[in-house]
Design a protein around this ligand. Structure first.
Ligand SMILES: Cc1ncc(COP(=O)(O)O)c(C=O)c1O
Length: 399
């Protein structure tokens, strides 16, 4: 059962605000829902740490995911090294970086599996130097760009990720990598952001929803073909891929059906930040929240919350603001939005909020909330049962 405003109000009666909250019961149900999407497909699910950024929650998610979940997808080499010191293993750094490599190499020397992402010579050279300096072999995945490329590749619809857009380029870079004696290419990743990360039932720009659905429909078979071709290209270059990673929360149903893929990734779906509400067929429920205090009533029908301007990354727009969640029906004042210190909200008729009451919000993105709070208050059965640090609370800030 999802928590009601009255549940939060009771739990927060003596709590300093603002506070960030995770409903562990909802989180467990989301883990079970995502697990059900991979179970029986022959794929495992890798947890995207960037969409959690909380060691205690990452542990819970992996534990509940059982054999169907395997490893973490990290967002920087330093983060991967940090997670290794926290006891995690099987870490895939999904974004190339030439910094923090000595820390990764040291963990690899100590027996951890940490794999790095490359899309060209600059990455390979940096990885080779780090590997040589530490006297280890570093395992590398190549990143295939799987944006929709109609008109023989003259159009690129999707996010700009990697310059490797064809199987032939993957083969060429895999061969180049073989010239680096301390590196081993062990697979590839192709992340279809324009399918997995593109809301197609969003109330913020309804008119574009049909076009988004068409883009997804058209590109899914093209992605599958490209990934399969790229795997063949790796084999031609002498690589038998151990990891072929694809997908995200919003694409599990299509990515898990590709024979060439060995594993899928999901992160945001566990906490289900509000951008993940706006997908056709979404089955997830909100599990992460923050509560602000009503600090004044500037006029009848409006309350002001203290704080709230936690705007999410990505293309700027109203959908990047936190969603006033409970009580239902609260709305931003359009010329103010979510304020640095004060956030006025229009109160619908029938809702009563007094000074001191909490208002419950949801962040647009699942991981970024953790950059705003030192700890999450963890709830179960409608009560706060624990408090555990976020990355920020551990003094760990990677981006
Ligand atoms: C490489 C990669 N894979 C998968 C994902 C999916 O993560 P999520 O499930 O949080 O959307 C992302 C998110 O940006 C990503 O960058």
């Amino acid at each position: 059962m999802s928590l009601a405003w009255s549940d939060f109000a009771r739990a927060l009666a003596d709590e300093p605000l603002p506070v960030a909250l995770v409903d562990l019961d909802a989180l467990e149900r989301n883990v079970d829902r995502l697990r059900a999407q991979v179970r029986g497909t022959g794929k495992t699910l890798r947890v995207a740490s960037k969409s959690v950024r909380h060691v205690g929650l990452l542990r819970r998610v992996l534990e509940r995911g059982g054999d169907d979940f395997r490893g973490l997808m990290c967002f920087t080499p330093r983060e991967a090294a940090f997670l290794a010191t926290e006891g995690f293993d099987d870490l895939l750094v999904a974004y190339p970086s030439t910094r923090g490599l000595a820390e990764v190499a040291a963990q690899v020397r100590d027996g951890k599996t940490i794999r790095l992402m490359a899309d060209g010579e600059a990455h390979l050279e940096a990885y080779q130097r780090a590997a040589e300096a530490a006297g280890v072999t570093l395992e590398v995945l190549l990143e295939l760009d799987v944006a929709y490329q109609p008109m023989g590749g003259r159009l690129h619809l999707g996010v700009l990720r990697s310059p490797l857009r064809t199987a032939a380029r993957i083969e060429a870079v895999a061969r180049e990598a073989q010239r680096h004696g301390s590196l081993r290419v062990v697979g590839l990743m192709g992340y279809e952001a324009h399918v997995a990360g593109l809301p197609d039932a969003t109330p913020f720009s309804r008119a574009l929803n049909p076009a988004r659905r068409a883009l997804k429909r058209l590109s899914v078979p093209q992605i599958a073909q490209l990934r399969a071709d790229a795997v063949e290209a790796l084999r031609r270059a002498g690589v038998d891929p151990v990891v072929v990673n694809g997908g995200g929360t919003g694409s599990l149903s299509t990515t898990t059906s590709e024979a060439a893929v060995t594993e899928v990734t999901a992160g945001s779906g566990f906490l289900c930040s509000h951008l993940f509400d706006y997908y056709v067929g979404n089955v997830l429920e909100p599990a992460a929240f923050f509560a602000l205090e009503v600090c004044r009533e500037p006029e009848a029908g409006v309350v002001t919350c203290l704080g709230g301007g936690y705007v999410a990354s990505g293309e700027p727009g109203w959908d990047r603001l936190p969603l006033p969640w409970l009580p239902r029906g609260l709305q931003y004042i359009s010329i103010e939005g979510a304020g640095e210190v004060q956030t006025p909200l229009r109160v619908p008729s029938g809702v009563r909020l007094a000074v001191g009451d909490p208002v419950i919000f949801r962040h647009a993105k699942a991981g970024e909330l953790a950059e705003r709070f030192d700890a999450y208050a963890l709830m179960s059965g409608g009560r706060i049962v624990a408090r555990e640090p976020t990355y920020r609370g551990q003094g760990a800030c990677f981006l």
